[in-house]
Design a protein around this ligand. Sequence first.
Ligand code: SAH
Ligand code: SF4
Length: 349
Amino acid sequence: MKFITDYTLEELQRELEILGLERYRARQVLSWTYRKNTTDFSLMTDLSKGHRTLLKEHFSFHPLEIVERVSSPSATKYLFRTLDGHVLETVLIKERDHLTLCVSSQIGCAVGCTFCATALDGLKRNLTTSEIIDQFLQVQQDTEERIRNVVFMGMGEPLANYENVRKATQIMVSPWGLDLSKRRVTISTSGLVAQLRRMAEDPVMREINLAVSLNSPTQAGREKLMPLTKTNELEELMEVLRSYPLPKYRRITLEYVLIKDVNDSEEDARRLVRLIGRYRKRFKVNLIPFNPDPNLPYERPELKAVLNFQRILWENNISTFVRFSKGAEVFGACGQLRARREYVKITDL
Ligand code: SAH
Ligand code: SF4
């Protein structure tokens, strides 16, 4: 079966032409799908009955099935099942004045960060474009308010699945697609240097927001936490980020998971200040206090240590924010997403 949600406008035009339909029918189908949120050909009333039947024979919309939904006041976690039986997670985060959808880009992850639950499963496979887009569509269909923000911060390393993430991004920000603002779509990466270079050259990808998970200000510290940094060295990473072509008024977010007695010392904060150096206008820092998981060997720092770390950065004129991840009550916070999981009832937490 082919999925409408796998195609750009241009690709769908070609597909429909092959079936003998006019090219402009593609725009109609995508407008129903993304603007009117209708994923049932029989309701697409500006198409003839014959066309609707033909389309139904060749295409469907949803490669995913919702298997569970867990809500808390600040977040709803959706568990989806793929056609080949994998489970993936998507989290809808309720911010004060808007909704943000945290999407997954892979089943599991190969990067192997020692503080992240997703890493415990290894990499099963990449998600397809339609599996990424369907997370948005199905959650939107389940939600009254429009979702305007997307972050690629769910399961997986988005830049390790470059092609599919790129096409999903294109569908998200195009007027014929989900029509989200480019500044409201964020890719979060552990810092794959070659792919970041590619992103910098890519007219679709370089327009969206970039967040890079730094997690330690030194090469040795990063290697301990993030095995992949043995080949994607900190110095090289910083060089790419310093010259990355940023749209006006845009900054790169450096994400830093603060782990008790591992990377939360005053000395680490000062090292981070030195690493950013004279590029402080180019970056902002998000400090994420570690979210514990029964299978991970780390602890969350005391609030005092978090605020102290933030103060040192502020004193050096580096914009720094503390992000208490939402969704921890539903095990949907950063680093808690897993494909294989023991079900934890909220009442047990
Ligand atoms: N693979 C990408 C995106 C998914 S992870 C990346 O690493 O950037 C999204 C964010 O969650 C990253 O910044 C990561 O450092 C953070 N994270 C992972 N495990 C965490 C944990 N246990 N507690 C808090 N944040 C965590
Ligand atoms: Fe993968 Fe990101 Fe988790 Fe690291 S933090 S294992 S890159 S999902």
